[in-house]
Structure formats: C-alpha cells, structure tokens
Design a protein around this ligand. Structure first.
Ligand code: FPP
Length: 251
C-alpha cells in the first residue's frame, strides 16, 4: 500500500529515536479523575515505567531518560515523598530480572547524594548488576534539575580553573558537556511530556536544545506501549534541521 503525501517523510529511516527523554506527569490528576488517592496514580505510574522501558528496549531505543524525581519535588509533603521513595526502592529491587532479561544498563543523573541511604544502596546495586549490559541505557533523573546540573557543572569547572588545570579561554560547549552529570548522555532526539502541560520544567536544559517535543494529554499512568508508538510515529513525521537549511536524517 502506498503512503499518502502527508504520511511520507523522506527523512524517516523507520528507526525509533536514539535517545528518548520523558517528563512523566499526571499521576496525581489520573488518580483524582478516578476519585482515588494520589498514591494510586504513582503506583500505576510505576507500571507505565515498566511497560515503556520494556517497549523502548524491544524497539531498539539506545537511551531512555526518565524524570523520576526533580529537585523541586522535595517541596512536596513528606508523606508523598516517602511514598515515591518507597516505590522507587521497590522498583530498583523488583525490576532487576526485567532489566537483566532485556540487557538494559540502569544508571542515574542528578544530586544522588540527596537521596536517602537505603535508596542509594538499591540504586548502586542495580547499577552494578547491570553495568556490563550493552543494550538500552535507562537513566533515572533523581533529585534532578537542569539549572542545578548547570550550577554543579560550573562549580566544578571553576575549581579546575582555580587549580590551574583548565584555561578559561579554552572553555567551549564540549567542556561544559564534559562536566554535566553524565557526559555520555546523548542529546535527546525526542522529549515526551504526558498530561498536557507545555513546559520543559527544568529537565535536561542543556541537552534539549534541538530535541523534538511531543506533548500528549494522556496522564502518565495511561501512557503505555500504544501511546509510545504513537509518539514515535509522530516523531518520524518530523523534519529535523538543527538550525540549518538542509534536510537531515531523523535520529
Ligand atoms: C508526576 O505526577 C510524576 C512524578 C512526581 C514522578 C514520577 C514517578 C513515578 C512514575 C513513580 C516512581 C518512579 C520510578 C522510576 C519507579 P504528579 O504527582 O506531578 O501528577 P500531577 O501533576 O497530576 O499532580
């Protein structure tokens, strides 16, 4: 069957985006719409994390970065923070077989030192267990803020300058990238945000400069394989120019 002109994109190589970043929003609203307490939304949100991670690995996505807990999220009520931390800890333990089966390497970015010792212990254990996996990289952004990341990078750059190891005139974009939490993190090709808000919310500020944005009204607990594939189909219709004029291949 031939594709219609609207469907055809000569830049579409049929591959999924190499790096997908997701702002998982709307757990609370999902619960509220159903007359449930917020924790029920977070719990269902963990099921979406599992579904989306497994589907991304199956489709051949190289990197998936999930905004799991922001620096701003510490302002939430203590009881909700405790629930989110317990869910995270449980996820890090329970998902080890799935992570290993799918050849996923789990890693993290953010002010990890802010996380409690018990969360850090399970995070370190899952990172160590999966360190040799060569499939998709799953990055959890924890106590993460884009501005905090740039402030932390700037502090470390300033220390290098002060110690005489770095010439200020030699600082360029690649220097800054080298001092981010994970210099190996590729720029996201696609940034997905669930629950409809048209905001970047302090996520990967440096890295999303040329990312394609996809905002869906679907709340995170309802965002599953089908919704992910719809986002990828939309992405494949985009033409990426990176500020230039010529058409370039997607991903
Ligand atoms: C937004 O919902 C979501 C979060 C605060 C973080 C996402 C957390 C999870 C999916 C659960 C644990 C994470 C992992 C990786 C196991 P919201 O509470 O801001 O929703 P609202 O804006 O509708 O109130």
């Amino acid at each position: 069957m031939s594709k219609s002109a609207a469907e055809f994109n000569k830049n579409d190589d049929g591959r999924p985006p190499a790096h997908v970043a997701i702002i998982m929003d709307g757990n609370g609203r999902w619960a509220q719409q159903k007359g449930l307490i917020r924790v029920r939304g977070h719990r269902r949100g963990v099921d979406s994390v599992r579904a989306v991670t497994t589907e991304c690995a199956r489709l051949g996505v190289g990197s998936l970065t999930l905004y799991a807990f922001s620096v701003e999220n510490w302002k939430r009520p203590q009881a909700e923070i405790r629930i989110l931390m317990n869910l995270l800890k449980k996820f890090l333990i329970d998902e080890r077989p799935t992570i290993m089966k799918n050849n996923i390497r789990l890693t993290s970015i953010g002010r990890i030192e802010d996380m409690s010792a018990d969360v850090r212990k399970e995070l370190n254990a899952t990172e160590a267990l999966s360190a040799k996996n060569r499939g998709m990289v799953l990055r959890l952004a924890l106590s993460y803020g884009g501005r905090a990341e740039l402030a932390d990078a700037t502090k470390r750059i300033a220390r290098e300058v002060k110690a005489g190891r770095l010439d200020p005139d030699a600082i360029d974009e690649e220097t800054i990238r080298a001092f981010l939490y994970d210099p190996s993190l590729p720029d996201p090709d696609l940034l997905i945000r669930t629950a409809g808000e048209m905001r970047v919310s302090n996520f990967l500020l440096w890295q999303v400069s040329y990312s394609e944005l996809y905002v869906t009204p679907v709340c995170w607990p309802d965002f599953r394989e089908r919704e992910l594939n719809e986002a990828f189909a939309d992405y494949r219709r985009r033409v990426r120019k990176f500020g230039g004029l010529e058409r370039v291949t997607v991903s």
